[in-house]
Each structure stands twice: as C-alpha cells, then as structure tokens.
Design a protein. Structure first.
Length: 416
C-alpha cells in the first residue's frame, strides 16, 4: 500500500511533528509512506518538496501572501485562497490513499480536496477543517451552524471573511467521500457538531511517539546536564512560543503560581520553561525560573521531561497535547485543564491531575497534589510511563491507521 501524507511542513511545529511521526510509524511496519510538503527542513528522502528554484521562492512567500486578506488579527486564521500546485504532484506519486494533515499557510486551496481521486483521510491537527478559518474557536461556537461575525476577526458582520471561507468549504465538499481522524475525543465531538462534518465518518486515533526515545532517564543525570538543582522540585512548562501564545495558557499559569505560594513552596520549587527565552524585562513568577529556549530535537526534550517532577500544560484548548504525552512517556506526571484533548491523555489522579477548566486555583491545587507526597509522586510517575506504553506508542498508532486504510481501500475497491 502506498500512502501519501500532505502537510505544510515536515518537522517544524507540533502539527508537523505529529504528521512526521505517523509517517515514520507507518514506514516502521512496512507501509510505503511518503510526505508531500510545502517546506522541507529535514534531509529525509521520503519527504517530497519542490526542488525548482522558482517554486522554492514562491513557497517561501506563501505564508505571508495567504495572510494578505487579514486585518492584523493576532489569532491563527487561514483563508486558504491561494491557488496550489498539488494535484500534479499527487498524480506523479500515484498513491493508493491520501492522508491530509495540517495543510494551511497557503499550501492547500479548499477546492483542491474534491479533485483528489484517491480515497482520502484527514487527520485533524486543530479545528480549521470545520470552521470558517480559525484554528481554535476559543469560546465561539458559530461553526456549529455557519460562520460569520467572527470574534477572532473582530467582525460584527454576518457576511465576513469567515462566512466566505465557510461557504467555500460547504460548496466544495458537499458530496465528498472522506474519513476524518481525530487525535482526541474532544476534537472529534467538536467536528461532529459542526455543520461541515456532521454527516461524516469520524474516528479517534491518538497521536503516537517513539516511546523508545521518549523514556525516563535518571533524574540526577538529567539535572546535571541542564545545570538544574538536585534538591528542589522542578515544575516544567513548555510549548512553541510558550510565553506568547495565549492559547497555551502562560497567563493562567502565572496566576496559578501565585496561588501555589500559599501552599508553602517558596523555597522548595524552581521553574523550567522551554520554547521561550527570558523576556526583557524579566517577569517575576514568584520562583526561580530557568528559561531553556527553543528546542528542536527529541533527545533534549527527553532530558528536560526526565529532569522535572511535574509538567504543566495549561492550554485553553488543545487538539491533543503532545507535550503531555511526551512527558508521560518520560515518567513525569502532568497537570492540565479538563475539557479538551488533554483529557484523553491524563487520567485524573492516576498519572496527573485534571483541573476544572480555566480554574487557576484548582490548577495550583493540582500541582500541590502531585508534589506534596513523594510516594504518590513515584506511583504517578510509574503510571505515567505505563499509560504511554499502552496507548501512545508510534507502532500502535501506525497499526490503527493501517487497519483503517485497509478497510477504506477495500470499501473503495468494492464500489469501483
């Protein structure tokens, strides 16, 4: 079976990492898998990207061109109006099945989807596929019926850019045969409630990772490498643009840390933050803080997770939450808000703590609950690794996808 994955990038960003992990997982069980991307960073021969100099120049400017219709919105919003050159490349590779992933930043025009003749899977990385352009809806639920008067565009008009994007999707995908795969039950529920995918088959397959690479290493060694204290409790937080992306919840973590001081941890805790450098001027978080900067490799992440006592993932919305599953695989329990994709990763008071949605005091209580009892912390650590082994291995994810691919291919052949 020949599988072709479409994704804007190969390894840059969380969605790219998720798509690439699936691609490598399928190769690991003998599937002929390739990735077709707009921008390639790796040297992986099985990742296909434009090689002609003019195509490279055009693709370099696609993300900026794609945002020309936006009015300086600070939210991630993708109209996907640019024409693309994907169909000739799909035809050239002759796949048996096409798996879409994160295809934004001008890479994939909405109308292209209906032109793909092969059986199609769409692995959701966020909410974009069923909204009028936003990647996360925040508190807006207009995608359930139709978009318009978009709060992320600061619009009060029913006929706005989000309405136009939503109508294009409805018209272009009206009779399309596609299977949606969500990494979490929360995102699957959102997709099923949408006007675009309400009648579409939706499956849930969690994101996988290499649990032989993401595994615990001795905490003392990890802390020596990172020059972290051997005697303090280390609270970890991290994400791409960790302190600037409002959806990742750093602003809520700051409040929770103020609450945490009430539990008497002033001299017992140090913070570690990856995905950001120390801001100027520095922010007083109430505890000594180590900024570890931007990270791009699995080994460094494994070391950081292993050095921590607890990982905090205070995202407002999360399709899945790969930092949480990576942390569990390294034996570090996770504290997060309930009510999004993280609820599938964390078993409350088994391998971490699920706080009431956006309740910063309960988030602080969760951190305290994990740290206050050393025997409990050890049990949580064991169960964290156990959960990763049982549910998040790359091989298990690949086998689940292969089973779905084979079923869809069989159904497609019988109808041909």
């Amino acid at each position: 079976m020949k599988v072709l994955h479409l994704n804007t990038y190969d390894i840059v960003g969380g969605a790219a990492r998720a798509a690439y992990r699936l691609h490598k997982g399928l190769q690991g069980i003998g599937v002929q898998s390739k990735m077709l991307v707009q921008t390639k960073v790796s040297d992986d021969y099985s990742v296909i990207a434009p090689t002609f100099w003019l195509d490279k120049i055009v693709n370099k400017f696609r993300p900026s061109l794609a945002k020309l219709t936006l009015d300086n919105t600070q939210q991630l919003f993708s109209p996907q109006w640019l024409p693309d050159n994907i169909m000739p490349k799909i035809k050239q590779n002759q796949p048996d099945i096409v798996n879409l992933n994160w295809v934004c930043d001008g890479y994939f025009q909405i109308e292209t989807l209906a032109k793909i003749p092969q059986p199609k899977i769409w692995t959701l990385m966020d909410m974009w596929a069923f909204t009028g352009g936003c990647h996360y809806s925040n508190t807006c639920d207009r995608y359930i019926n139709s978009c318009g008067a978009c709060p992320q565009l600061h619009s009060y008009k029913d006929q706005d850019l989000s309405s136009w994007v939503w109508k294009r999707k409805v018209n272009a995908w009206r009779n399309i045969n596609i299977t949606i795969v969500s990494p979490s039950n929360w995102l699957a529920k959102c997709a099923k409630s949408s006007s675009i995918f309400q009648d579409t088959r939706i499956e849930v397959i969690p994101f996988g990772l290499d649990i032989n690479r993401y595994k615990p290493i001795p905490q003392k060694i990890a802390r020596d490498i990172l020059h972290l204290s051997q005697h303090k409790l280390i609270v970890l937080f991290g994400a791409i643009q960790a302190t600037n992306d409002l959806r990742k919840g750093f602003q809520l973590l700051k409040i929770a840390l103020q609450h945490l001081r009430q539990f008497g941890y002033q001299d017992k805790i140090e913070l570690a933050i990856f995905g950001a450098s120390q801001p100027d001027p520095p922010v007083d978080l109430g505890f000594r803080t180590h900024y570890l900067g931007q990270l791009h490799d699995d080994i460094t992440l494994q070391i950081i997770y292993s050095a921590a006592n607890v990982m905090i993932v205070p995202s407002l919305q999360e399709a899945f939450g790969q930092t949480a599953s990576e942390s569990l695989a390294c034996g570090t329990p996770v504290v997060a808000f309930d009510g999004n994709g993280l609820s599938d990763i964390i078993n409350h008071q088994q391998n971490g703590y699920l706080a009431k949605p956006l309740d910063t005091y309960d988030l602080a209580k969760g951190i305290n609950w994990v740290l206050e009892d050393s025997d409990r912390l050890q049990r949580l650590s064991y169960r964290a690794r156990e959960k990763a082994e049982q549910e998040f291995s790359q091989e298990l994810q690949a086998k689940r996808y292969l089973s779905l691919f084979e079923e869809i291919m069989s159904s497609h052949s019988s109808k041909s």
